[in-house]
Design a protein around this ligand. Sequence first.
Ligand SMILES: Nc1ncnc2c1ncn2[C@@H]1O[C@H](COP(=O)(O)OP(=O)(O)OP(=O)(O)O)[C@@H](O)[C@H]1O
Ligand SMILES: [Mg+2]
Length: 243
Amino acid sequence: MLQLQKVSYAYETERILSDLTTTFRERTVYSILGKSGCGKTTLLKLASGLLTPTNGHIMYDKQSLRHPDASFSYMFQNPNLLPWQTVLQNVCMPFVIRHRKDAMLEKRALHLLSQMGIGALAERYPDELSGGQRSRVALCRALMTNPRVLFLDEPFSALDVMTKEQLQDDLVALVQEREMTVIFITHDIEEAIIIADEIRVMEAGRFIYEEQNPLREQIVRRDTEQALSYKRLLRSVLEGAYA
Ligand SMILES: Nc1ncnc2c1ncn2[C@@H]1O[C@H](COP(=O)(O)OP(=O)(O)OP(=O)(O)O)[C@@H](O)[C@H]1O
Ligand SMILES: [Mg+2]
């Protein structure tokens, strides 16, 4: 569905990706792991049309991708909510930008908010929320358009462990009831395992590991022996020790 064909990218002279070819399939959740600075965010921006490759092509449904598609949604590390708008208004924002408003909109937003356990906060302003609540609002906003592809760049990295684990579980549940491709960037190996159908590890602008998540068919608990041993394997890949 979304294909990178021999994609290279350089910021000025520094080449970050070179000749990267890869495919993201329909209705699949990908976690991308990799050390800081290896090019994960750059890859996400290219795949989502926010950046244009220096060389190579990005194809979306067999057409060349030139800008972000209306069927894409994003969520970044910083929730980026508008402080002067309420939670409800923030969640409806993608439609305000597209000048489309209808009566169902607020209803949908409220439904999403209550699914995320924050229905009661709809009339609050962002600075009246905790960090975890803000992330939930940002996730609702990203889901409002029913995206076909959801791009997430370390969305939970600023949260404490318990909040983060809850959001991971909620995200898994939300994704399961939608037909969506998710490209999820994270530093956190456990998070990658909880979320993904397929796990990729990046190093210096290329994938050094691309495998189905062996635990994905199970209801993954974080502390099973299998989860721990898969975590160890991924850690060794990240440390470059994988042969
Ligand atoms: N706008 C920019 N101009 C110049 N160089 C940049 C720019 N953005 C990123 N870089 C450089 O490109 C490289 C890859 O950056 P990128 O943000 O893709 O890494 P990352 O894997 O997402 O890292 P992190 O895990 O820390 O977020 C880094 O060396 C970074 O310094
Ligand atoms: Mg990054």
